[in-house]
Every structure is written in C-alpha cells, then in structure tokens.
Design a protein around this ligand. Sequence first.
Ligand code: SF4
Length: 253
Amino acid sequence: MRPTVVREVHAKSILNRSKIHDYCINPYTGCEVGCVYCYAALFMRRYSGHSEPWGQFVDVKINAPALLARQILRAKRGSIWIASVCDPYQPLEERYRLTRRILELLAERDFPIVIQTKSARVRHDLDVIRQIPDATLGLTIATENEATARLFEPHASPIAERVAVLREFKAAGVATYAFAGPLLPGDPEHLAALLDGAADRVLIDRMNYVPTVRRFYARHRLLDALGEPFFRTQARRLALALRKRGVAADVVF
Ligand code: SF4
C-alpha cells in the first residue's frame, strides 16, 4: 500500500443532494483505492486542497455519524447512495468504522440505501445491512481479468473476492448488482460466466474521459484500443452474453 496522508476533519454536512440518487453520503474525502479512471480525482483534489496525488490522501469525517443523526431527522424520505466520490470500504474503514456507524443509524430509519464498493470489507457489515429494510449492494466488476483490474484499480479487492461477496449478500437476501463500468479490456463471455448467479442485475457503463484518464490512456497507448467503438462493442457483447444466461443487464450509456 502506498503512503497515505490521513487527516481527521469535521464535515459541515454529510447527507447531501445527489444527481443519481436523492442523497449521497461520503464518509471520507479521498480514496485509497486510487483507480486510474476515477472521475472524482479531478475535482476532489481541488475541493479538498490536497496536493498529494489521488489515492494518497484521505480526509476522515470523524463527526459523520453524529452529523447524520441530526440531518436525517429533517430529511424527506429518499434513496441514499453510499458513496459517490469515495469507496466507503476503503482500507481506513477498518480503523474508523464510519460507514458501519452510518449504516447502524440508517437501519433505524426507512430510507432506501444503495452501497457501492470495490472492497470485500463490506462483508463485515452484512449483519447491519441485512437489517435495513431496503438495502442494495453494488460491487464494481468491469473485467474478469485480474491483471487488468490491478492496472486500473490498484487497491481494490481481487475480482474473485468481489464476486464471492456478491454471492454471499444475494444468498442472505440482500438486493445486489454488479457494476460493469467503466468497462475494461477482457472477454465478455468470461465476464458473463463469472457474474452469472452472483447478482440480481448487471449495469454496464463506459469510461468517463476526464483529463487524468486521458493522460493515463495516452501514456499506456490505450486511447485507440479503448475508444468509443470499444465500449459500444464490448457493452453489446456483454449484455448479450448475460441475457443469454438469464441475467438482467442494462447498458446505461
Ligand atoms: S473506488 Fe471509486 S471513488 Fe475510489 S478511486 Fe476508485 S472510482 Fe474513485
């Protein structure tokens, strides 16, 4: 693991409006997972005032549970996305347990929750998550190829572990989805076979070419190989392979 600058901070707000769901909660600013394609990298560095590279700083919102306890009392019911610009189960969650404490609070409320992660650490919170009446767990799995995943998502859990977690949650009665986005190089037939039976549905998305991604792609000579035609073809092939297996698949771009 690379050295990470960690600051404990007091957030002013934790339950914030979101364009994708009604609300989002980000217990951390910054993300140790450090995906090379992260769209949050661009604006979160500027917003947080950190000069370290993306993936090497995290602000821990230590007042997040207390703040949520107050904010949720005034909030109108709506779906909550955890998290939109960080992984709620990045390694620091082992030390701070902010996501867990947030979920414990939400388990007492009637808000639909969508958790999105690339980490098998979510497994430790299955006991809390299954108490939430309307909870959905999403794991990002955008290739079946572990070497490719390492290149793009250096500190995410191994793919096999992510699939195992989805299966465990599904078996426990929690709604699940696999997020195949942004699609990474790989064999759509193999990916479909891996996801078969692991999640209730699969969402398929393209790459968001923020400048950091474009630079990385140029450095690794990937711009031609992973342009628009790649995403259109790969998405179509994956959706087809999944549907043939009876797995619900939605292309969301
Ligand atoms: S896990 Fe999500 S928030 Fe974290 S670096 Fe990767 S894409 Fe960005």
